[in-house]
Design a protein around this ligand. Structure first.
Ligand code: MG
Length: 251
């Protein structure tokens, strides 16, 4: 069941996503060679608590950390650890909080120092594919218009989109209906309506789209070992079109 939100609820979801965006910006500013992702995890948790927000991922289905930190071939749900980041790495930071009854959720892939041009293109195309999807989040559109816009853009640039993980509705729960695949034919699925709040999150791989989950039950990696990038915004569909609620940053 898709829950439509009132303008007052959307403002609360905006506030939660502003907190997420501010924290992601601070984490990004900390990223450089030798920093480790466990430090970023601890910092994210501290910053959230300072704002009286509750980290949303820690304990969600027993996920053990506040931050998902996915380096290079890790697609999503990477465990923060003490391995130092190296020049040329990319790290996808996915962070969510609960504040005043509503969730915020956003993600961004960040470069560690100088990265290869081919890697920079992967992150750029992934971010652009997110905006292509958001453009289709309009009243009377169909859900898969978002999916198709993401897939067609990423594939036209020579990359592939992950199938196993999807975007989602968000609001009073972290994951609400509908699920939002990043692939598919246009014109399918539910009709989009003003008042929907959605977390749209393309995961784009440099080569093949297959992923596998490691023995820890969470860490999703590309099957072929290639790089993967991930960008996510929480948006609201309004009569005037899509409004990005986690919009403090854009690279
Ligand atoms: Mg999400």
């Amino acid at each position: 069941m898709v829950v439509l939100k009132s303008p007052q609820e959307i403002e609360k979801i905006r506030k939660s996503n502003e907190i997420v965006s501010e924290i992601l910006q601070i984490l990004e500013s900390e990223i450089q060679p030798k920093v480790n992702t466990l430090y970023l995890n601890d910092l994210s948790e501290k910053l959230a608590r300072e704002k009286n927000a509750i980290p949303a991922f820690k304990g969600y289905r027993d996920f053990p950390y506040s931050l998902c930190a996915s380096v290079n071939n890790v697609v999503v749900h990477g465990f923060p650890n003490k391995v130092p980041l190296q020049e040329g790495d990319i790290v996808s930071l996915d962070f969510g909080i609960l504040f005043d009854g509503y969730y915020g959720d956003a993600a961004k892939t960040v470069a560690v120092g100088k990265i290869l041009e081919s890697t920079r293109r992967l992150t750029q195309v992934t971010e652009e594919s997110l905006y292509k999807g958001i453009e289709k989040a309009v009243p009377d559109g169909r859900l898969s218009d978002i999916s198709h816009a993401i897939q067609s853009y990423a594939e036209a640039e020579g990359f592939s989109v992950v199938r196993q993980f999807v975007g989602h509705g968000i609001g009073g729960k972290l994951h609400e209906d509908p699920q939002i695949p990043n692939f598919g034919k246009p014109g399918m699925g539910i009709r989009l309506k003003s008042g929907m709040t959605l977390a749209i999150e393309p995961m784009v791989n440099e080569k093949g789209h297959d992923v596998e989950v490691l023995e820890d039950g969470w860490t999703a990696v590309t099957k072929d070992g290639c790089l993967s990038a991930h960008f996510e915004h929480t948006i609201a569909i309004t009569d005037e079109g899509p409004v990005i609620l986690s919009n403090l940053y854009r690279s």
